[in-house]
Design a protein around this ligand. Structure first.
Ligand code: 4GX
Length: 254
């Protein structure tokens, strides 16, 4: 899969080659990451890429001509790729969208700076707008790198352990269960006995139940639109019962 980023700061993307899954995926040719320097498509003496907004106001806007030429160049290189603009106004980039993008043969990511890009670029040359969350970055580059990282690790061959992408938080729809490694006792805190029991059925059940409780406590919203396994309902009903018993006992006292 090819990722192409259009940016005024192409060198930022070298961060993806420093280490980790993105670096390995580039080396094994499961992905390629290209950058296109928008400034290379500005042909005036100062290679200007921004201008003042019509109607006044503070800040600058990315000029349409260099951006249009850069996007046309990207489309020429990768005609089948989808072209996305990173902007807080975009569709929220979540795990479902990452999985969708992982099915594309190419993704082009347009990284804006300043107050944004001329609206005519958005209208005419962008397939869709993506937002990585409700906060304001100083440019689209970090958002584009988030997209590349999250999509890359879903691609076949990207993981040492193919299973772990599927068992991930959000692929199961639940938050992850707690993880432990050696030593068995660390600064007086023990690893739960069940994980040392060798009883794989019991361990699996403990992990699922711990995931459920964690999700309920930290992200109850995730439980509302998630299909639950039959065993989950039994466990939640048992907790419900236990809580009711406690409430009844205490309301009888007061
Ligand atoms: N998720 N930003 C883009 C400039 C801009 C504004 C409008 C195009 C249109 C962001 C986010 C984000 C800040 C990147 C504004 N470019 N991008 N930049 N959150 O905050 O994706």
């Amino acid at each position: 899969m090819n990722f192409t980023a259009l940016t005024l700061f192409p060198e930022m993307f070298s961060a993806l080659l420093v280490g980790g899954i993105t670096k390995r995926s580039v080396e094994s040719q499961h992905i390629s990451i290209e950058t296109i320097d928008i400034r290379d498509f500005a042909h005036d003496r100062h290679r200007t890429t921004d201008d003042r907004p019509y109607g006044g106001g503070c800040g600058m806007v990315m000029k349409p001509e260099p951006l249009a030429a850069a996007i046309r160049h990207a489309k020429g290189m990768h005609p089948e790729a989808y072209t996305f603009l990173l902007t807080p106004q975009g569709r929220l980039f979540d795990q479902g969208l990452a999985e969708e993008l992982a099915g594309c043969s190419g993704v082009t990511l347009v990284c804006g700076r300043y107050e944004g890009v001329d609206e005519r670029i958005c209208q005419e040359m962008i397939d869709d707008e993506l937002s990585i969350g409700d906060y304001v970055l100083s440019g689209g580059e970090l958002a584009a790198m988030v997209v590349i990282d999250a999509v890359c690790r879903l691609l076949p061959g990207a993981l040492g352990n193919e299973q772990s992408a599927e068992e991930d938080s959000f692929s199961t729809g639940l938050l992850e269960y707690p993880q432990y490694t050696r030593p068995r006792s660390f600064e007086g805190v023990q690893v739960p006995d069940i994980l040392l029991s060798g009883n794989h059925g019991a361990i699996k059940q403990w992990r699922r139940q711990t995931s459920l409780v964690r999700t309920f406590l930290k992200r109850p919203d995730l439980l509302l639109d998630q299909p639950l396994a039959p065993g989950d309902m039994e466990y939640l009903e048992k907790l419900h019962q236990d809580i009711e018993t406690i409430i009844e006992k205490h309301s009888a006292v007061s």
